[in-house]
Design a binder for this molecule. Structure first.
Ligand SMILES: [Fe+2]
Length: 442
């Protein structure tokens, strides 16, 4: 090729490159920061210790809290001493232990101890196993307002740390996590390091979690699924009439939250389906005007990642949630953020739920950057960035949702909306006949 032609070609390439860069910059004025490394932890110094590790708490029925922790020493007692003044423990609770083996890995002793009854909106000081450091927790309020922090698909990278730091700065009462916690991916010590990473937050406010695909860790003929998850992250399934830790519900301060299992059977003949019907029938909208649902695989998703993976669960269960008047549905799995209008059966519906995908906690797999075009009619806001959500139920009729993008280590509020409850808009009363038909009919 003559030199002049080669130079022209080079100029053309440079021009196209600049044009592409300009188009990208103007199409999206947010400059996305690069991925961050997986964090590393050294556990050798903690071998054979009675000291509590990986302390986290979760709601366990009205005015009760489950305290969970791990010791490497088997003889450490499962007691939790607690009280309302530092160092003065007026009450003590005795708990239970479990452990599991996974190929060449043997877990430490996992303790679960339920404390209470506790007063609402109060600080308690507690100590696990009769020794070690004192922890501090705050119980949620008994009435509005109440604030939830929400982030799914956490993992344990520099971005996870950033998300956790931002959540720690927010004034919230309960953390809700719609699946994919540790990204241990069969390496069981990564469950331990995840427990340590989240302890500062999870020992202070209840963490209510449901399972994602990364919790399964099944091995054909060798291991059933969810063994590590169920042993470590025991949720109040028995307290809510469920037979499985993979789906349950809880109530707090005027909110009924249903934590469904995207990886448990959900068809009409399944236990989960029957349990959901029974649970919805128990909801008293005078006591809990807000009805939330959380699960891992989103039903409304315009990202190209995990397209239509939630369709089967949606066709089985969306009619039940709609009939019951579910206000907000939170999901993860897609590593990005998206918020919908109120929707039902794929279309805007003033009596449907607002669906929010918030699988952007910061895991090592990175972000899901590609979206379907054109934007579906129901999609209001979508962006592939790490971050977390905050949901403040202000009163029985109004809630304020905001999404906070991790922008160079500063939490920047990037999406926000006031949501009006279906109770206050009349949808729940309007659908009473439908609710009975769907939920009571065999
Ligand atoms: Fe997932």
């Amino acid at each position: 090729m003559p030199k002049a032609a080669a130079a022209a070609n080079l100029m053309l390439c440079l021009f196209l490159l600049v044009l592409t860069f300009f188009e990208i910059s103007t199409a999206d004025n947010y400059v996305r920061p690069p991925p961050r490394q997986t964090l590393h932890f050294d556990f050798r110094s903690k071998s054979s210790s009675k000291l509590p590790q990986q302390v986290h708490i979760s709601l366990a029925g009205n005015n009760y809290m489950r305290v969970s922790w791990v010791t490497t020493d088997k003889s450490s007692p499962s007691t939790v001493e607690y009280g309302k003044s530092p160092g003065e423990y007026s009450s003590i609770a005795e708990g239970e232990t479990t452990s599991y083996k996974y190929l060449f890995y043997k877990s430490g002793t996992i303790h679960h101890s339920v404390i209470g009854p506790l007063e609402p909106n109060s600080i308690y000081y507690y100590r696990c196993g009769g020794q070690g450091p004192e922890f501090q927790l705050k119980t949620p309020p008994s009435k509005f307002p109440i604030t939830f922090a929400v982030a799914g698909d956490m993992g344990q990278t520099g971005w996870t740390k950033s998300t956790l730091d931002h959540i720690g700065q927010c004034n919230y009462d309960v953390h809700m996590l719609p699946g994919d916690l540790s990204y241990a991916n069969y390496l069981q010590h990564r469950w331990d390091s995840f427990g340590e990473l989240v302890q500062p937050l999870a020992s202070a406010r209840p963490w209510m979690v449901t399972e994602g695909n990364h919790e399964e860790e099944s091995i054909p003929l060798l291991k059933d699924g969810f063994e590590s998850y169920n042993a470590r992250w025991k949720m109040p399934f028995e307290e809510s009439g469920s037979s499985s830790n993979l789906y349950y519900s809880f109530e707090v301060a005027g909110v009924h939250a249903i934590m469904l299992g995207s990886y448990a059977d959900y068809e009409e003949d399944s236990d989960q389906y029957s349990w959901l019907k029974a649970d919805l029938l128990k909801v008293d909208r005078k006591r809990t005007p807000w009805l939330l649902a959380l699960f891992h695989v989103p039903w409304y998703n315009s990202n190209t990642a995990h397209q239509r993976e939630g369709d089967r669960m949606m066709s089985a269960m969306e009619p039940l949630l709609y009939a019951a008047g579910a206000d907000i549905v939170l999901a993860g799995h897609v590593h990005a953020y998206e918020r919908s209008k109120r929707v039902y059966q794929g279309k805007s519906d003033p009596c449907g739920a607002v669906h929010i995908t918030i699988g952007d906690g910061g895991n090592q797999e990175g972000l899901a950057n590609k979206y379907k075009d054109p934007v579906p009619e129901w999609s209001v806001f979508r962006e592939a960035s790490f971050g977390h959500g905050e949901l403040k139920m202000v009163n029985s009729s109004h809630a304020f949702w905001s999404w906070h993008r991790n922008d160079d280590d500063e939490p920047v509020r990037s999406d926000q909306v006031w949501i009006t409850s279906l109770v206050s808009s009349g949808c729940v009363d309007m659908k009473n006949y439908e609710l009975k038909e769907k939920l009571v009919a065999p």
